[in-house]
Structures are given as structure tokens and as C-alpha cells.
Design a protein around this ligand. Sequence first.
Ligand code: WTA
Length: 641
Amino acid sequence: MSLYHPSDDFVARSNVSGGDARRDLVARAEAAPEKFWSELAESELHWFRKWDAVLDESGAPFYKWFVGGRTNMSYNCVDRHCDTWRKNRAAIVWEGEPGDQRTLTYQELLRCVKRFASVLREQGFRAGDRAIIYMPMVPELPVAMLACARLGIVHSVVFAGFSAEALKTRILDLDASLVITADGGWRRGKVVPLKDAVDEALHDCPGVRSVIVYRRTGSDVAMHDGRDAWWHDLDRGASEDCPAEELDAEHPLYVLYTSGTTGKPKGIVHSTGGYQLQVSMAMRWVFDIRDEDTYWCAADVGWVTGHSYIVYGPLLVGTTTVMYEGAPDFPEPDRFWRIADKYRVNVFYTSPTAIRAFIRFGDRYPDRHDLSSLRLLGSVGEPINPSAWEWYHRVIGGGRCPIVDTWWQTETGSIMISPLPGATPLKPGSATFPLPGVAADVVDMRGNSVEPGGEGFLVVRKPWPSMFRTLWGDPVRFQEVYWSQIPGTYFVGDAARKDKDGYFWVLGRVDDVMNVSGHRMSTAELESMLVRHEAVAEAAVIGVPDELTGQAVVAFVTPIQGHEPTDELAAELREWTAQQIGKFARPKQIRFSDALPKTRSGKIMRRLLREIVTTQTVTGDITTLEDLSVIDRLAAQQGSD
Ligand code: WTA
């Protein structure tokens, strides 16, 4: 396989310039990790008080970083830049789906953040309180996050594609007292009615005492007296005197829910000090950020990629972050390229699913635009297949832009395995090597490193600054799921291979978590949602390979007696999924069956279902199957798309 090398000019100008520079960083981090991170923490960030210890391992796996240090994310993202030439630099360049535009300089962003933070303070919210943010991709979304961070209010952003039901679960789990939302947002020319969903969710959430509503679409919404207020009304009298709280380095910054292997989403808890540091370093090492750059991560702030690489990372390093509200194919499939051209974007970061969708639309859409400002491309969320990589490199990158294939997770907080673009020769489809200071490895069941060329489990052997600290309200599950498989080692949940040159190839999940369009979904969560429907006796959900979305959801459903397995019922179950979780989780296929393949102990054999869907037969071991005839009946059936 041919290697892709960066141009000499790219190498000469990059932050980590050449392979030796990278190896030197890696060696220094390995030799003295605490010294390595503490020197960076000092040069990268503002601290109101310096830490007493870099790393406290005494309560492992509940590690603590920069113990005793005091800092503030909002201060580091905004205030400190306003004392420099960056004051009038664009912090956020935003475009709404209908085509409206706004630019906020760092100074303007600071004023917005202070005003909104003082509104929250006036309402009596304090450090440690929890806020849910359920907003469209408008600049007020980062403003709300930064205002919470300023006061130490723990925020949890709920992706605006989630339903009222999913929103309710998160509000209750977090015991939030504040919800920040909007009347709606634009998606493919239609209004997504966010406030209506909040009202529905809040029927069962008595702990929420305040709802702040940003007016985005102008649509009619109900406002509840004594609970709801318009953002613009509150802003009118807001004070700009609202200094950033001097928070403990370990103060929780946010909780982000993600799917695990059970029916209940996990609240991933991130802290302040270590998270700031590693996210900031990734901006420099991986995205190679330069002062003149315009940077665009085309994810949604509702997922971790948006937290770390639309909001916090870019603002920490004082770059210009582009934000786009709507769908990539609205009004036409060239919207991304139009935006990249218009704002002269230099660094662009998206997902393999998006890239594959663009390949389908055809080259004529990028060909309409001048993409010569791009110098670096990124990919995240799922393995990128080499042919999509090649297309991205050739058609979007004009053959001149390195691609950083970044592997990481909601749990890791920041990028863990990735090329450094001016230092790592690329192999399409490989995330290449762990970043400096990241002790990732591929191991067997007992935790021994696999031989070059071997496959195994991806793990991280040592704590890293941006690691999640616990699961909200469930420290036992935190220990069990992540730290007990191979004691003392972080168990990622992905399979990987290391080739003879030491390159990492991430192969996908080893547990019952699916990855659909780069979004994590749990088979158990979808199954328990389906069996809550009155017509469903039993359900088994699997992920099958899909050309466009990486994986697609197929649900096997056994109806309760008296309910017919009709197309209408399939449609109803899809609608039910949209209501219970969100439209994005709707199964691609629903297959009805009077029984499911189970072991004698009653465990559904998903492996067999997967085989039936992909090959229409079963070849693997079926000796543990309780009823052999189930297989033939399932294989004979056609799915309903
Ligand atoms: C997968 C998204 C291969 C992986 C940042 C991981 C990847 C899960 C890559 C985390 C990549 C993410 N190559 N697989 N570059 N990036 N993954 O929490 O299975 O939404 O465990 O975080 O996505 O998904 P999450």
C-alpha cells in the first residue's frame, strides 16, 4: 500500500514538523508523563491557582488531574483572548440554514457570555447546578455552554434530533433545574419544534424551575408563566459584570449521554482542567492550527465531536470556528462546498458517512466551487474505508491536503489516535499512531500486546488528562464497564489491528453497540424501547454493514398475539422509535418473526441474526440453539424496508 506524505512546504510550516519532531514529543511524554503534561498546562492555559499535584492515582480508576489547581473554561476560551490582538478576530462565523449569517468576534462573544451568565446568576443558579441545553446550531448554543462553564453550572447538551422522551430521560437522570432551548431550529427547510418537545418532556420533570427560550424561527410557542422566559427579554437588563468563577480543576464541566450496552444511556462526566489541556493540544498537533486559519468542524454540537472540536478546542486556541445550522444537502448537495468556498475554510473536519453521501451525490457538486483554501482534512466517528478516503483526498483536498483520521470517543474527551499531518505518513483507513502522551495499545484477553500484524482489543494503559471521570450517578458501572475487563487498563470496546509498521487500524465495536452514521446506538436501548410498544412481545436489534451509513439497524420483532405483522405495524414501530428516541434511530428494516433464535438459557443469538440478514443462511455453530427450525423460518422471510 502506498504511503501519502505531506508536501515539504506543509511539513516546514506545521506545528509538529517532521517525523523526528513527533518521535521526540512521544519520547518525552513516555519518559516523564507528568512533567510533559504539566509544562504544557502551564504554557497553554490560564490558571488562577497552580496545582499541587499533576496526577493523583490514589483513587484509581477515579483519577484526578492538576489537583488543587483553579481555572475556568470560559475564561480560557474567551476572556484571555480579549487582552490580545485576537480581541477583534472572528471567534464564530455562523451560517443558518436559510442563508442568514452572523460573525461574533472574541470581544462580542465575551459580552454575550457575560450577559447570559449574569442572567443565570440572577436566577440563582450556582456552581454544581445542572442545566440541559436543547438548542439548534446557533451561536447562542456555545454562548449558553460558555455561560454555564463560567459559573460552574454543569451542562448537558441534548442533540436537537432527540425526541421529548429521550430529553425527559436525560433531564431526570441529571436532576436538572434549568433548561435552555429555542422555539425551534431549521432543518431541510422545516422548523424542528424544540420548545414543544421541552413542554412535553417537562410534564414529568418537576425539578425544572426555569426554561429560557431563544427565538430562532419565530414560530408560535406556548410560554408557561413563572417557568419560561425569552432569552431576549432577560438579556435586555443583563449585567456585563460577571467574572469567571475560579473553579477546581476537577470541577465537572459537562455530562454527555451516550449509548452503552444496556438500555440506559450513560452520562459521561468530563472535568475542566485536564479536558481543556488535551483538547487544546489536539487543535495544535492534529489540526495544526495557525493564526490565520479558518477552521470548520461540520458535526453537531450535540455530540462530543461538537463539544470538543466546534466549541471548546477552537476557542481555547483562539481560532475562527465555522458553525452551520442545517442539513448538508439543503437546498442542494453542494451546501458544504459552498460554505467552505465562501468563508475560505482552511481546515475541514467531517465523518465518513458524510463523505460517502457526497460521493453518491457526485463530483459535480464540489466541482462547482473553489476549494483551494483547504489545506487539511479530518475524519471522525467510524472507520473510513480506503475508497472514501481516496475520494476525499482527491476531490475535496485536490490531492494536496493531508487527512487526519482521528480515533476517539465520548469517554476519551479528545482525540487519542491520529496522524500529525506534518509528521506522519498516511495509510488510507488507518488512524496511524497514538498521540504523544496517549498509551494506547492492542492487546489479547489477558492484556498482553499483540504481535505486529495481530488483532485484539484496543486499550489505553495509562490515565490521560481529558479522560472522563465517572458515569453520572453510577460509579460502579464506570468501574465495571471500563476498568475491570483488564484490571488497571481502560477497555475501549473497539477491536483493532496493529500492522507491521505499528499503524493502528480500528475495526469497530466488540460489544453490542452499533455505529450508524457515526452515531452510537445500543442494541439493548433500541430493544427495550421496542418492547415498550403495546404490539411487541419481543425484539432483537442488530447492526448490519451498510454502504452509506457504515452500519444500519435491523430489528427483529415478535408481535404479541392478536397483532398482525403488517406493513402498517412496521411503519408504526418506526414512528414509535422516532417518538421515543429520535428520527435518526429508526430501523432501516423491521422483520417480523414468530420466534427469535435463542440459546437454551434464553439469550438471543444476535450473531445468527446478523448472518441471516447478510448471507441469508447460517454457517456458524448452532449447537446451543434451542429451536433449530427458527433459523429456516427467519431465512425464508423478507424484510420490510
Ligand atoms: C468509533 C465519537 C474508527 C469507535 C468521537 C469508537 C472510530 C466510537 C473512529 C466512539 C475512527 C470513532 N476510526 N472508529 N477514526 N472514531 N470511532 O463516542 O467505535 O460517538 O469507540 O465518539 O466511534 O463514538 P463516540
